[in-house]
Design a binder for this molecule. Structure first.
Ligand SMILES: NC(=O)c1ccc[n+]([C@@H]2O[C@H](COP(=O)([O-])OP(=O)(O)OC[C@H]3O[C@@H](n4cnc5c(N)ncnc54)[C@H](O)[C@@H]3O)[C@@H](O)[C@H]2O)c1
Ligand SMILES: O=C(O)C(=O)C[C@]1(C(=O)O)C=C[C@@H](O)C=C1
Length: 295
């Protein structure tokens, strides 16, 4: 049971955690703070939070647990501003999509309270954002990865693990660097590709005519290009080395496909496409992976 939870950034991720814990009856009071007053008021009106705070200091000063769910580029400022106002035992955790940058920011900003910080990442979401996008079932049967470091207080880690389990998630622990490499492959690179494709088509003069004939394939591939631009800018800049490495690999694969098409090399295409199909068909038949599909 959490007595007083503070959500900093009451959008999809922060709002959904608040709703899940409220629904399970596992939190007594939820205070919310977002930079925009409109978001704070909307979160209150939707019953996501019980009260709004007018400042970060006010939001955290009585909290037992603080969940920071703002775009990654805003995390350091938030940590700096909450640090002086945290009670000694207050646990701070986050939902940022890449972990090393957030950990570095927390280490610098939280100072001697850094041991009470538990880095986390719910591997669940949608392309929508803001309080109205939040829903209580978002984390049901989805993975949450915690990436504790040497300094992380063990009982804080246990409390954060329990909180996510109570929200319906399966909780795993991972090394920070491994997390950032893995998520660059399965989440960050696909978003970059979708943004690039949709952005490219949107620039065409005949864009409307082209999109008139788009069907399921395009819809599946492009859904995530509706995601928030600020959030994805911050992820790309915050996990730059892993993403750059993958972009290089991807570009080299694309070059080979281009060359095969140019040279009429159907065997190469069959080989590449067949291998990808077999991998996807077999891996997605794995119930473990199915559990992680979209709600
Ligand atoms: N959207 C996803 O699918 C997803 C999944 C997992 C993790 N995440 C991570 O969770 C975090 C939040 O993402 P989201 O999808 O909930 O975004 P969101 O846009 O729905 O919500 C973010 C909230 O933060 C507030 N905010 C922005 N800057 C702020 C600042 N400087 N100070 C205080 N509040 C500020 C906004 O007003 C908004 O209410 C990000 O770090 C993102 O990387 C997102
Ligand atoms: O399903 C989506 O729309 C998402 O973008 C969710 C998604 C992803 O799977 O890539 C996005 C960012 C995260 O940090 C975790 C999950």
């Amino acid at each position: 049971m959490i007595k007083h939870l503070a959500i900093i950034g009451v959008g999809l991720i922060g709002g959904s955690l608040a709703l899940a814990l409220k629904k399970a009856g596992l939190v007594e009071q939820v205070t919310g703070y977002s930079r925009s007053q409109a978001a704070r008021e909307e979160a209150l009106a939707l019953g996501i939070i019980d009260n709004t705070a007018e400042s970060l200091a006010e939001a955290v000063s009585d909290a037992d647990m603080v969940f920071v769910a703002v775009p990654m580029g805003a995390m350091q400022t938030v940590f700096e501003q909450i640090a002086p106002h945290l009670k000694p035992q207050t646990i701070v955790t986050d939902g940022g999509s890449a972990k090393q940058q957030v950990i570095d920011a927390a280490r610098q900003a939280l100072g001697n309270k850094f041991d009470q910080f538990v880095p986390g990442h719910p591997i669940a979401g949608t392309e929508k954002s803001g309080p109205s996008a939040a829903f209580s079932e978002l984390y049901q049967q989805h993975r949450v990865v915690l990436t504790p470091v040497a300094e992380t207080n063990k009982s804080a880690l246990v409390r954060v693990r329990q909180m996510w389990q109570q929200a319906g998630a399966d909780v795993f622990e991972m090394e920070v660097e491994h997390h950032d490499v893995v998520l660059a492959a399965t989440s960050h690179l696909p978003h970059v590709l979708a943004f690039n494709l949709v952005g490219m088509l949107a620039q065409r003069e005949d864009c409307d005519e082209v999109l008139r004939y788009a069907a399921g394939g395009f819809r599946d591939f492009s859904r995530i290009a509706s995601s928030d631009a600020v959030m994805w800018r911050d992820i790309c800049l915050g996990n730059r080395s892993a993403i750059l490495e993958l972009l290089q690999q991807y570009r080299s694969g694309l070059d080979k496909i281009e060359q095969a098409i140019r040279q009429d090399d159907g065997d190469y295409l069959i080989d590449i496409f067949g291998r990808a199909k077999r991998a996807r068909d077999t891996r997605f038949a794995d119930p473990d992976l199915k559990d992680n599909s979209e709600v």
